[in-house]
Design a protein around this ligand. Structure first.
Ligand SMILES: Cc1cc2nc3c(=O)[nH]c(=O)nc-3n(C[C@H](O)[C@H](O)[C@H](O)COP(=O)(O)OP(=O)(O)OC[C@H]3O[C@@H](n4cnc5c(N)ncnc54)[C@H](O)[C@@H]3O)c2cc1C
Length: 429
């Protein structure tokens, strides 16, 4: 090779000069092309960064406008609502369309939040406070809640639930009800673009309908899995809605389970699966476990789903739940009564003065209210999240603590649903 080059140089020096010029030119062109490509890449990156910056600015402006509007239209205390419409959704289940009596615009709320009603029920000595999730997104002119009659526990003679029966039997279109502003910590963060699994049993479907509506009406195309469990078509509420939302939105995967289908119920038309909603079903249908999970339903349903999700490797931070009743989703260690042996080192005595019960708080309950529930001490409760104020009880001695900032509550009282005893405690319950 070297000998060949030497031969060309000695025999034909002009050819070599030509090659050298050509080579130089090629290098120049190469450098120009590379510099041009680099500049184009740089410009593209700058344009992309600018797009992201603009999108963030638009989002921040939108959130600011929403916050200002919500603040302008929010209300403190009670606001009067006229029942514009009462619609039967399933057996013993009705939707109530509520228009503000003052006709002023309503604030937006986060999908999953609830209204707290203060009900003056004939025959009840005091006001009955109950929370009901908003079952549709905010429409500025009206809200919607959907209420199922709370039946007595099986094989008991107790009357059905006071608040839900009042809504189902007595409240009619044209009536006026009192409600506090939307509230609650269980909601879908619309700005977090994660695919979601919305899981519900029975009336627990109400916040899920709002979440699905909020996403689809915003044109959000993230993957949405909607699992709903009912006994059969008699309590399959929002059936038409569920069929339509899945038909119109290819990103919505609707999966309805009937635990006891009627002979007239048709698989594939009325429901997709016979049996209950379970994590095994998720494993069979979902491509992975990488979702945000929202669940609401009866206590045992939520307990089994949350523990099976954990066993499937789903981190707690991805699982969000709302309990409609006293059943707590966390598993509780049985508390010991004060005279049942020596207390654990950290245990403190809680006395429910009116009921004459002394029990030990061993740290395994979420709140003083949960401890009271377990020992059959009746304390009125609504939201169980510190929002509605119906579980306030007087402290006779001792003190309580709260996980976050202490709520606004009268001195000498506590919000029993979110407080824990700080040493021995005596409360008026
Ligand atoms: C955040 C939140 C959101 C909610 N959203 C909804 C919703 O969207 N839709 C909905 O329908 N519900 C919802 N709920 C539940 C609702 O707030 C009420 O808890 C429910 O309607 C029952 O209230 P009630 O007054 O009808 O029953 P209660 O009068 O409180 O009775 C409860 C149960 O106790 C039984 N009972 C009566 N007397 C006795 C007795 N002596 N001993 C033992 N048991 C007895 C009753 O038969 C009934 O089963 C929600 C709850 C929360 C906390």
């Amino acid at each position: 090779m070297i000998a060949e080059i030497f031969r060309i140089v000695t025999e034909n020096p002009t050819q070599l000069i030509g090659w050298a010029i050509m080579g130089g030119l090629l290098v120049q062109v190469g450098l120009l092309v590379t510099a041009g490509a680099q500049r184009a890449l740089f410009e593209r990156q700058r344009a992309q960064q600018e797009q992201v910056r603009l999108a963030l600015e638009i989002k921040a402006a939108r959130l600011k406008i929403q916050a200002v509007e919500t603040e302008k239209t929010a209300w403190n205390g009670i606001r009067k609502f006229t029942v514009a419409q009462k619609v039967k959704e399933a057996e013993d289940t009705f939707s109530f369309y509520l228009e503000p009596h003052d006709r002023k615009p309503l604030p937006q709320f986060k999908p999953g939040q609830y209204l707290t009603f203060a009900l003056n029920i004939p025959g009840s000595a005091k006001q009955v406070v109950r929370c009901y999730s908003l079952s549709d997104i905010g429409r500025r002119t009206h809200y919607r809640v959907t209420i199922k009659r709370c039946l007595p526990p099986p094989k008991t003679e107790h009357p059905p639930g006071v608040g839900s029966s009042f809504f189902c039997d007595t409240v009619q279109a044209g009536d006026i009800v009192d409600a506090k502003a939307p509230n609650g910590h269980f909601f879908l963060d619309m700005e977090k673009p994660r695919p979601v699994v919305l899981i519900s049993g029975g009336i627990g479907v109400t916040p899920m309908v709002t979440m699905a509506n909020a996403l689809t009406e915003a044109g959000d195309t993230r993957e949405i899995w909607f699992f709903f469990g009912a006994r059969n078509s008699t309590d399959h509420m929002f059936k038409t809605y569920m069929t339509e939302i899945a038909a119109k939105n290819p990103n919505v995967h609707m999966q309805v389970c009937y635990s006891k289908p009627l002979p007239t119920d048709v698989k594939g038309r009325d429901y997709q699966h016979e049996g209950r909603v379970t994590v095994d079903l998720f494993k069979a249908l979902l491509p992975s476990n990488n979702y945000d999970y929202f669940l609401c339903g009866p206590g045992p349903f939520m307990e089994s789903i949350t523990s099976d999700l954990t066993a499937w490797g789903v981190p707690d931070a991805w699982v969000h739940f709302e309990a409609f009743g006293p059943a707590s989703v966390k598993k509780k260690a049985p508390a010991k009564t004060a005279d049942a042996g020596a207390p654990a080192a950290t245990a403190v005595e809680v006395t429910f003065a009116k009921s004459g019960k002394k029990v030990l708080w061993d740290g395994s309950h979420d709140s003083v209210l949960a401890l009271a529930d377990e020992h059959g001490v009746k304390i009125d409760a609504g939201c169980r999240a510190g929002g509605c104020g119906s579980c306030v009880v007087a402290i006779k001695s001792g003190a309580v603590e709260y996980a976050g900032a202490p709520p606004e509550v009268e001195a000498g009282s506590c919000l029993s649903c979110i407080c824990k005893p700080k040493g021995a405690l005596v409360i008026d319950a």
